[in-house]
Design a protein around this ligand. Sequence first.
Ligand code: PLP
Length: 381
Amino acid sequence: MYKDTVNFIKKQFPSQDFIPLHEPRFVGNEKKYVLDCIDSTFVSSVGKYVDDFEKQLAAYTGARYAVACVNGTAALHMAMIVAGVKENEIVITQALSFIATSNAISYLQASPVFIDVDTETLGLSPDSLKEYLQQHGVRKDDGFTYHKVTGQRIAACVPMHTFGFPCRIVEILAICQQYNIALIEDAAESIGSYYKGSHTGTYGLMGTFSFNGNKTITCGGGGAIITNDERLAKKAKHLTTQAKLPHRWDFVHDEIGYNYRMPNINAALMCAQMEQLDFFLTKKRELAKRYQEFFEGSPIKFVTEPADSKSNYWLCAIILENETERDKFLEYTNENGVMSRPVWKLMNKLKMFENCLKDDLKNSTRLASTLVNIPSSVIIK
Ligand SMILES: Cc1ncc(COP(=O)(O)O)c(C=O)c1O
């Protein structure tokens, strides 16, 4: 079976000897826009491309505002600052996520609490979230929810749309509203993914994206925050640009700011990539369909988009029968020119986060030992 899988994958990517997990495609106006940006000399944080990109991203996602950032981690950090997360508060998230989600929480000296994921969506489970808050949360007179044992305020919840599969964000939003917890969607992986007809990242107070080189569209390193809230958008833009007050020549900064704005030269690349996003998504969904047909009836389960959602299939994923099979699959594919990778180590297994609060993480634990990502790049013949 593993030999057939390797042959099938190689057939999809015929021009390559070694097939990576995900590589970028620069087949549009990338060079043209980057050269134009260089000629303009506006390569840093001011320029037409960065403004254009923000407008395009807002229009594409249906959010009212977009704030371009240097990367997805900075976008997450900024979103949490703007949402009012403070030192020693709690931010609920997934143990099954890329490290950046928990790192951004830690930059604020806040503590992540790890809640289980759904097996269908691979994202934060609203059922587990509800259960955790019923058991451990208490609403106080100031309107906020606090942890019954630690006394910490539960300031935010950051679910993640894993590999581009939308989590049950409507249900999560309802719970966050009930407990007055700020919802920030880590949509780093899910540009072009929709839940119940709306783009991921638009349900929360804010949503954040990554445009790292391994993502569906990329500018090398980049990120963004989207929101419908003008005040939050303005605050994020201000803080990502060193909190500098507008003035014709003087340098006045009214608070501690950050150098988190996406440079114009990266935004030039982003503008070209945005033009190709729909084409890339079509190609990625076609590949996912071929994978789905290939794995049908086999002991390997191909992960398909959950109910009520449209996935960008950023990274295609399969689930092996058990950990032994998972390891055999990883060994065989990587030995034979096809890159495959296990899912990230659960955050609670890393030494920095091993003492964090968590629920039973039943689904996360199973997925961590059986899920594998397989090559998912856009195929352009
Ligand atoms: C879920 C998730 N969150 C955050 C990030 C951070 O983005 P960046 O690498 O652009 O900082 C990434 C990816 O890199 C990610 O996959």
